[in-house]
Design a protein around this ligand. Structure first.
Ligand code: HPA
Length: 280
């Protein structure tokens, strides 16, 4: 066996080992995987009949170091459906590899999740967006300078050249949009650009990112979505706009403000996601 075949075998057996450990605690097979973004972790509080597993306990999992993130896998029921949620995600800027960042998505899929719901905090570049608004992600641009699929491909996990024609499931996005309307929740629909971070962008960069077609910018989500698409999962992505990134009127930003805005929007986001899960 060549080195590349060995690497593929190792990934597959690692995933199986992690999933096997988690499965022992579960009461059912999760249909939906959820990743909660910065300051948005409390959605997990809505999970019923829940069991919690610390990342540190799970073989092959990495530990979260980022502020606003707890590092617990929460499984249980939302609106009567089995879900598994990451409370605390891994960011590329923390120094993890793209493969480490996306590893939990592979495990969620191995546990049975065919849908991924992902949230994040993002800077709004579309002038119509206000801080505190929600944006349903219609598409993304990968400007992170790396790709989680780089390296040998295990064809049993997904294809070498996955299609990106509809990374965010259109039906789910439309369902979320119509539910938001029913619930009188203000939502936008737009393009998310993923950057490596950890610094915020310069004015020139915001201008550039807006000009290439992005409505919001953030430091996560893109790798997890690429891996979910690789494995054929359906994805719904929602950004919480935590700050306004208009070059001409840009103000200094501190992370506390980002967290505070996300925290304030959290109940609305939870309500929307719970209703989507109910109706999907
Ligand atoms: N840039 C990148 N990531 C972010 C921002 C931003 O302005 N706001 C929240 N996350």
């Amino acid at each position: 066996m060549g080195d590349k075949d060995k690497q593929k075998m190792i990934l597959k057996s690692k995933i199986e080992e992690s999933a096997g450990y988690i499965r022992k605690f579960l009461r059912g097979s999760p249909e939906i995987g959820i990743i909660l973004g910065t300051g948005l972790g409390n959605l997990a509080a809505q999970i019923q009949e829940k069991i919690e597993i610390d990342y540190g306990q799970i073989p092959n999992f990495t530990v979260s170091t980022s502020i606003g993130h707890r590092g617990v896998l929460v499984a249980g029921k939302v609106s009567g459906r089995q879900v598994i949620a990451m409370e605390g995600r891994f960011h590329y800027y923390e120094g993890y590899t793209m493969q480490e960042v996306t590893y939990p998505v592979r495990v969620m899929k191995a546990l049975g999740a065919n849908t991924l719901i992902v949230s994040n905090a993002a800077g709004g570049m579309n002038p119509d967006y206000e801080s505190g608004d929600l944006m349903i992600i219609s598409d993304h641009i990968n400007l992170m300078g790396d790709n989680p699929l780089r390296g040998p491909n295990d064809d049993s996990l997904g294809p070498r050249f996955p299609d990106m024609i509809e990374p965010y499931n259109d039906k789910l996005a439309r369902l979320a949009e119509s539910i938001a309307k029913q619930l009188k929740i203000k939502v936008h629909k737009g393009v998310y650009v993923g950057v490596a971070g950890p610094n915020l962008e310069t004015r020139a960069e915001y201008r550039f990112l807006r000009n290439i077609g992005a409505d919001a910018v953030g430091m996560s989500t893109v790798p997890e979505v690429i891996v979910a698409v690789h494995m054929g999962m359906k994805v719904l992505g929602i950004s919480c706009i935590t700050d306004e990134c208009i070059p001409e009127t840009l103000k200094p930003l501190d992370i506390e403000k980002v967290l505070a805005v996300a925290k304030k929007s959290e109940p609305v986001l939870s309500k929307l996601v719970m209703e989507v899960i109910k109706q999907m």
